[in-house]
Each structure stands twice: as C-alpha cells, then as structure tokens.
Design a binder for this molecule. Structure first.
Ligand SMILES: [Zn+2]
Length: 332
C-alpha cells in the first residue's frame, strides 16, 4: 500500500512540476537549453546528437561551421524538438526574403536536392488545392458551418488558404504576414495591431508553429485574438521519425565534428539522412536529423497536448489527406 501511495505522490509531484513549468513557459520566454521533460506533454526526453545544416549555419548564424546540437525525443508523445536557442537576429537572418533568390541559391549550394522547382513548388496551386479541401472537409465534418464573416490567416503568405476561389465562404478575408509579400485578390493585409481590433470567426495558423523558437508565447497571442465562438484551424508538418540509438552516444559527437569539417562528406550523409527519413521514417547510424528551419517535429499527441496546455479546447486533431497534422480548436 505504501509503495502505491509513494508512486501516487511522485506522479502528483511530477504533474505539479510540469504544470509549474508550463506556467513558466507561458509567462516568460521559452528556453530550450537544459530541458528535462517534454515541454508539450511532460514525458521524459532522450537526446540525440545532430548538426545544424550548413545552410542554416551560414544564413542564420553567419558561420561557415555547422554546430553540434541535440534533438530531444519524447518517450510519451514521440514529438521532437531541438534544444538549441537562437537569437531574434539569427531568426531574422534566416527568414528575411524567405525563399527568395539568395535564399534559394545558398540552400541549393549545400543541398543540391533542394531544387528551384521545390523552392517554387512549396506553396504551388496543386498543393494548396488539396490543403484547402482538407480544411473545408474537416470544418464540415466537425459541424462548423462554412459561412464566416471575419477570417484571419495568421502567417498566411498571400492568403492562398483562404482564397475566394478556394471554397471557403467568408465576407472579410485577411492575412497577417510579416514577409511583405503581395496578397491575392480579395485578401486584405492586416497588421499585428489590426488583428486585435476585429472579432474573428475563423483563425488559421498553417505551417508556422514548427518554425518558432517559442511556440508558447505565439499560441498565447493567437488565443487572445479570438473569443468563445472563434474556430481555430492549425496545420503543421507531420515529420515523425526514429533516430538510431548510436546517435545518442557521446562518441557520436566526434563523427559529427568530423562531418562538419568535410563539406562534401557532410552533404552526402545529409542526403542519405533525408532519403532514409523519407522512405523508412528513420535516421540510421552515420546520419543526422539536420536543423534547417523546423525547430520541432510534432505528432498528433504532442500537438494536441501543446494546444491543450496553451488554453485551447482541441475539437479534432489528425493527419489530413495532404500528409500534415491538422487541428480544429476552440478557446477554453
Ligand atoms: Zn511529449
């Protein structure tokens, strides 16, 4: 009996610690270094050694040398996140003129498989068509009437997801987008300040959260834009994979340092890792999960827990037909 009581007390204490840490993330800037537990669900973490990509090092950090970092994998929700912290200036360097000519040329130089077609293809009409169908189908299946007054796509590029020709019925369509790209016809650009002045019926955040050093403060801001009736639609990539046990061993750092000093060899093993992740959903011995742009890789459980702990009531969360994790949520 006393053992059961002890386990119960320990679990209660762990939960309490986790809730305290979550409250801390919500109030302050989220710091990744020295994380002991999964920030999304509170599960235990295993660290695997890896490298920042040469592209990331040069563009974001202005350094010719890739850096050894760790990617943390949660034993409970199987989500992953990099434990490295980056400055606002480094993030600005990375995303300024995002996917522009200089971005493409530098990335293609170190990742020849990242072709111009891929650079332009991200966001092409065929992909958007499928993603819009997933959005509308899932709103309808969750009994949310496709007839909105005010719709906001936060970080929504040109507004392709909420395009008037895309099947979403709305009177006022807006994007809040920092990149400065021109919006599509029928889409109005709003500033961060203006987003707070409108009672939104539908707020989308697609392919934003995986890029953020601090997803907690972002979600707190997004939550504050809505009211009890607002529907939220989230979309993040589904990039779940398993990393070889050998990558968690301290001696693996020597191999990664060796790779980082050999441009061609690193390129080869980077490509090998991209291929094995794509085909087998695994990174094998010799490979690494490069830090490029995504700072976290979510699973359905991890993403649901993140939304839940950030003040959202998750109505639905799954992997949609476009291969991405989608979630529909309301304000708690
Ligand atoms: Zn977790």
């Amino acid at each position: 009996m006393s053992l059961i009581f002890l386990i119960f007390r320990l679990e209660a204490r762990m939960l309490n610690d986790y809730e305290q840490r979550l409250a801390c993330y919500m109030e302050n800037n989220f710091v990744r270094e020295n994380l002991e537990y999964c920030p999304f669900c509170g599960g235990s973490l295993t660290a695997y050694f890896t490298l920042t990509s040469r592209f990331f090092s040069e563009r974001a950090c202005k350094s010719a040398h890739p850096r050894v970092v760790s990617v943390l994998s949660c034993s409970s929700c199987q989500s992953m996140l990099f434990n490295a912290d980056f400055t606002q200036e480094q993030m600005h360097n990375l995303y300024q003129y995002y996917r522009g000519k200089d971005y493409f040329l530098m990335r293609h130089k170190y990742e020849p498989w990242y072709t111009n077609k891929i650079n332009k293809g991200i966001g092409d009409e065929k992909e958007f068509d499928l993603r819009r169908k997933v959005l509308i189908k899932n709103l309808e299946e969750n009994n949310i009437l496709n007839n909105f007054k005010y719709v906001l796509d936060h970080g929504g590029d040109k507004g392709q997801m909420i395009s008037p020709s895309g099947g979403l019925n709305a009177e006022f369509r807006a994007v809040c987008e920092l990149s400065g790209v021109d919006t599509e016809e029928g889409i109005i650009r709003v500033s961060q300040e203006q987003t707070r002045e409108i009672d939104w019926d539908l707020i989308l955040s697609c392919h934003v959260i995986e890029h953020l050093p601090d997803p907690f403060s972002y979600l707190k801001d997004i939550l504050a834009l809505g009211n009890g009736d607002t529907t939220y639609f989230f979309e993040v990539p589904y990039e779940k994979h398993v990393i070889s046990y050998f990558c968690s061993q301290p001696r693996y750092v020597s191999w990664l340092n060796f790779l980082s000093r050999n441009e061609r060899l690193m390129m080869l093993f980077d490509f090998y890792s991209v291929v094995t992740r794509k085909i087998f959903k695994r990174v094998f011995l010799g490979g690494f999960t490069a830090l490029r742009e995504h700072l976290q890789f979510f699973t359905i459980k991890g993403f649901s827990e993140l939304l839940n702990s950030s003040g959202f009531n998750v109505v639905y969360c799954s992997v949609g037909e476009a291969g991405h994790i989608i979630a529909i949520a309301k304000k708690k």
